[in-house]
Design a protein around this ligand. Structure first.
Ligand code: AMP
Length: 558
């Protein structure tokens, strides 16, 4: 049977052009094997091998399989059906993993929300994805998200279940119990999955959220066939196999950590995933030494913290084989220090939740690994670098990078306007990134066409912030730009024109934005009060001038 015979369960998922899809099938890239199938096969292959380490919990592949199967039955018992969406906003913990794997198994795609997102972003995602359930909280106790989730449930009739972790006071479902096969459960139901429809190749395995475009996060349906192909390919390129021990310290809800090959790739080949958090590099080093970690993926800012801490540790990091750096571009100096400082091979990764992944290869010459962000993972990834008129530019010339390919999506979920803006008529995704292709075919990412502030890998659409800040009564006009920052690369600086007779204060604006539910990492870290914002010839706010101004001020303060 061809994978293309299966019809999409969800008519709201944009499908890849059928001619191209047929080529991906013909060339053996797309198959009927879903990511859930790869993961299940791996769990059954070596049931005694360690699959997950999280805090004091250690689960073998066999134990993980039982937990995932039982959680899937319990979710089915609650009424979650193939094609239903479940929004998941959880930190790295066993419950995150069991829930996500169970949802993959029953074909109800998880919509993965970063733990750092606030109520504003969560509300937007819920309105876009229309999930039947929302999973929030943290193992240690409730988070702000639990309050937001309760309010969302009251507002939206489609949201039937609140699955909450670490909050016994909630009126929702106890997520810790749902994910523990030994915990008593109120309504065990027989599994009905044999009769359940099987999601098609374009149906989402998971939904990721956009980081590289303007406005609040958009919901990205990562189709089963492309996603499985991408994860298999990423495993090959990062040399991930059954003896891999992958440490996830950055949020596993982000594609870079989840699927490049990350958590899902490692589990799909029968390896071991160690869950942690990035707050203290010394704690990460303890985990590397204790679990003999071989692979890890970091954004450049955290890699810098690791290098500083590595100079003062006597932890044994010798098991570390591959350190992937991505999410933002590392300076060549930082890249050069990774090998000597941490004893691991550097792999630069450039990509986006919408699809395209580029990697430096582990066998590339040193200069390529240090100075470029690599080349596409698949020979069938198509990359165009174009000028402002959309015409391809020669190698060595910077332009906007457009891409389509076997695992790049065809559009956003239930958002035709955003799809029309971000994708060309022939299916290329406009990344908004400015890049140059070297004569050797490697890409160097130079910056962005669109107005995004990249705070150490976390993307902050300037427009979003400006619209919210402009609602404050002391503000007449406002512009947000990235101010150079030693640790994060850039942080948010607000330029504010005060309303008549008003004196805006940074503290007050931060409090206001927080109250509107904006994620803490998006808050401005500095503010300049100005009498007018500079404008370009056609009257747009001159962001270039503001960026130059903030760079001058930052340099003067240093
Ligand atoms: P996200 O969808 O959150 O993964 O964000 C994707 C965006 O992050 C890309 O479009 C780039 O703007 C940026 N990005 C990711 N990796 C890199 C990298 N290695 N170098 C420069 N920018 C990057």
């Amino acid at each position: 049977m061809s994978p293309l015979d299966a019809r999409p369960l969800d008519p709201d998922v944009p499908v890849v052009d059928r001619r191209r899809a047929a080529c991906y099938v013909h060339d053996g890239l797309w198959s009927t094997e879903r990511v859930a199938d790869l993961l299940r096969t791996a769990r059954l292959r070596s049931p005694d091998h360690c699959a997950v380490v999280s805090g004091a919990t250690r689960l073998s592949h066999g134990a993980l399989h039982t937990a995932v199967t039982v959680a899937g039955q319990r979710l089915t018992g609650l009424g979650v059906r193939p094609g239903d969406r479940v929004v998941v906003q959880l930190p790295n913990c066993t419950e995150f993993l069991v829930l996500v794997l169970a949802l993959l198994d029953i074909g109800a795609p998880p919509v993965l929300v970063l733990p750092g997102f606030g109520g504003y972003e969560l509300a937007h995602v819920v309105r876009s994805a229309r999930p039947v359930a929302l999973a929030v909280g943290a193992p240690g106790g409730p988070t702000g998200a639990v309050g937001s989730a309760r309010r969302l449930r009251e507002e939206h009739a489609f949201l039937e279940h609140l699955l909450s972790l670490g909050d016994p006071t909630t009126d929702g479902v106890d997520l810790a119990a749902l994910c523990d096969p030994h915990a008593p459960w109120h309504s065990e139901t027989a599994v009905t999955s044999p009769a359940a429809p099987r999601p098609g190749p374009d149906d989402a395995a998971v939904f990721l959220l956009s980081g590289g475009t303007t406005g609040p996060p958009k919901v990205i349906p990562r189709g089963n066939a492309g996603y499985a192909y991408m994860i298999r390919t990423a495993c090959d390129l990062a040399e991930v196999s059954a003896d891999t021990v992958c440490l996830a310290v950055m949020p596993a809800a982000h594609g870079f950590i989840l699927n490049c090959p990350g958590v899902l790739g490692t589990l799909a080949v029968g390896g071991t995933v160690v869950l942690g958090d990035p707050t203290d590099p010394r704690r990460s080093f303890e985990l590397i030494e204790r679990e003999r970690v071989t692979h890890c993926a970091l954004v450049p800012t955290v890699a810098m913290q690791w290098l500083a801490a590595a100079a003062e540790t006597d932890a044994d990091l010798s098991s570390l084989r591959v350190l992937q750096i991505g999410g933002a571009r590392p300076t060549p100096e930082l890249a050069r220090r990774i090998g000597p400082g941490l004893g691991a091979a550097l792999q630069q990764c450039y990509g986006m939740s919408e699809g395209l992944l580029c990697y430096t290869r582990l066998t590339d010459p040193g200069a390529v690994i240090v100075e470029t962000q690599g080349r596409p993972a698949s020979p069938q990834d198509e990359v165009l670098i174009v000028d402002e008129q959309g015409r391809p530019v020669p190698d060595g010339t910077a332009g906007e990078l457009l891409t389509r390919g076997p695992y790049t999506v065809a559009g956003y979920y239930r958002d035709p306007a955003a799809t029309a803006k971000a994708f060309t008529a022939d299916g290329f995704y406009r990344t908004g990134d400015v890049a140059t292709r070297t004569a050797g075919g490697d890409l160097v990412v130079n910056g962005r066409v669109r107005d995004i502030i990249n705070r150490g890998g976390e993307k902050i659409p300037a427009e979003d912030l400006e619209v919210m800040a402009a609602r404050h009564p002391t503000v007449q006009a406002v512009a947000a730009v990235g101010a150079p920052h030693e640790m994060f690369g850039e942080v948010v600086c607000l330029y504010v024109v005060p309303a008549p007779g008003q004196r805006p204060s940074l503290l007050e604006l931060r409090r206001f934005l927080r109250e509107l539910g904006l994620a803490p990492y998006k808050l401005p870290e500095s503010m300049e009060v100005v009498s007018a914002l500079p404008t370009t010839a056609i009257g747009k706010i001159d962001k270039k001038a503001l960026r130059a101004d903030v760079a001058r001020r930052t340099a003067a303060e240093a």
